[in-house]
Design a protein around this ligand. Structure first.
Ligand code: PMP
Length: 439
């Protein structure tokens, strides 16, 4: 009898014991190849000596000091490192304990920014349908995933939603990708005008959609147009890079590949590679100055803000990434994609293989020609997960609503330290798991 409230209450899970490189090992000694980093978290694998010793050193020096009384060296260093990695307009960092807290903090920063600028009527956020930005009530409020919202409606943040940018399913006949991207961005302008710009706080989006809607890279030009629209109407652009940031798509920030800079960006998951819970919000200097020169007080905060051990783990993670590992993500990603194409390119139930860097989605469909959702859809993701775990593979199959249809995809986000042989094993185990689940 366990007294933990597990997320999937009735599922019985193996008990993890240790980790070694890209493997997790349970208490019975069974090894699981990590194909998803949990949920795009474990970018350095499971026993990285540098991060472990950074945590030990910090625990021995000072594990916790309340931010109402002290700043700490690890927190100051982490802010310096992140700002150094950021474009010049992002000037300050705020540290919390995870992705939902990072998004929540971003929303409150954005709200307070407009209060400081004496525009208190700006209370409305625009998000995208099917999106997920976290499970706290505010973050859930800007998430457009109906299933997640339903139990907790009415939520806290007044929000409305436009379609995500998804050429593959949403494009009109004859439309090019560029035209589609422009049209998808245009929906933001229409929504701003419908609401009245004077009531809008900002637009919230994942730069590169992760789990919920099935790993969707943005169309080329989409975010440039979004940025122009936000600038034109003086709307804040808030990017959620909780999953796609910290190197996952091949650059430290996914937005670097879009040629834009957001006003606020949220990071988490890979920031301390799973060795400690941490999230970060980076903000534009205008937002910082509005608050600092205005009330001088960000009306937000948690006890474990800028936790010294978490910041020390993040510093060590960033050092490992900077020592050459981040530069390997793009090339490894190409070979990862090649293996997926070899394994699933002709698979009649795989509709699309999409992604960038070491962030990939495998879409499961009824058949390649119609690309209709796999039928019977129920529980396919659970079956794949179960069989994969039996095969010694941890991947992240999900049921998501795409273009109004219930669809399935598998999120693949392995540790950046994965090697060729491990990629090969991963592809083999995944093929067996998918085939067995579908049979
Ligand atoms: N935003 C995105 C894009 C996410 O994928 C997640 C987590 N899956 C969150 C926010 C919330 O992060 P956390 O679970 O750490 O609260």
């Amino acid at each position: 009898m366990t007294h933990i409230l597990h997320r999937h209450c009735r599922e019985s899970l193996p008990t993890v014991d240790t980790g070694e490189g890209v493997y997790l090992i349970d208490t019975k000694g069974k090894r699981y190849l990590d194909a998803c980093g949990g949920a795009a978290v474990s970018c350095l694998g499971h026993n990285h000596p540098d991060v472990i010793s950074a945590i030990q050193r910090q625990a021995e020096r000072i594990p916790f000091a309340h931010t109402g009384f002290f700043t700490s060296q690890p927190a100051e260093q982490l802010a310096d490192k992140l700002i150094e990695l950021s474009p010049a307009s992002l000037s300050h960092a705020y540290f919390v304990s995870g992705g939902s807290e990072a998004v929540e903090s971003a929303l409150k920063l954005a709200r307070q920014y407009w209060i400081e600028r004496e525009q208190p009527k700006r209370t409305h956020f625009i998000g995208r349908r099917q999106s997920y930005h976290g499970n706290t009530l505010g973050a859930l409020g800007v998430g457009g995933n109906q299933w997640r919202r339903a139990t907790f409606a009415p939520l806290l943040a007044p929000s409305s939603f436009i379609d995500p940018c998804y050429f593959y399913r949403n494009a009109m006949p004859e439309e090019t990708r560029i035209e589609y991207g422009e049209r998808a961005a245009q929906a933001l302008e229409e929504e701003i005008l419908r609401l009245g710009p004077e009531s809008v706080v900002g637009f919230v989006a994942e730069t590169f959609v992760g789990a919920t809607a099935g790993v969707l890279p943005p169309e080329n030009g989409y975010f440039r147009r979004v940025r122009e629209i936000c600038d034109h109407y003086d709307i804040l652009l808030i990017l959620d890079e909780v999953m796609c940031g910290t190197g996952r798509t091949g650059t430290f920030f996914a937005f670097e590949q879009e040629g834009i800079v957001p006003d606020i960006v949220a990071l988490a998951k890979g920031l301390a590679a799973g060795y400690q819970p941490i999230g970060a919000v980076l903000l534009n200097k205008h937002i910082y100055h509005a608050i600092n020169d205005g009330s001088g007080f960000f009306q937000h905060g948690h006890t474990f803000l800028a936790h010294p051990i978490a910041c020390a783990a993040a510093n060590a993670t960033l050092d490992v990434l900077a020592s050459g590992l981040l530069d390997e993500v793009s090339d490894k990603g190409k070979s990862f994609y090649q293996r997926l194409v070899e394994a699933f390119g002709d698979h009649q139930h795989v509709g699309d293989i999409r992604g960038r860097g070491l962030f990939w989605g495998l879409e499961l469909v009824a058949d390649k020609a119609s690309k209709m959702p796999f039928k019977p859809a129920t529980q396919l993701h659970k079956r794949i997960k179960h069989i994969a775990m039996q095969q010694g593979l941890m991947c992240y199959p999900m049921a998501g609503t795409i273009d109004g249809q219930q669809g399935h995809h598998i999120l693949l986000a392995p540790p950046f330290i994965i090697n060729e042989e491990e990629i090969q094993h991963l592809a083999e185990r995944l093929t067996r798991s998918v085939n067995e689940a579908i049979a």
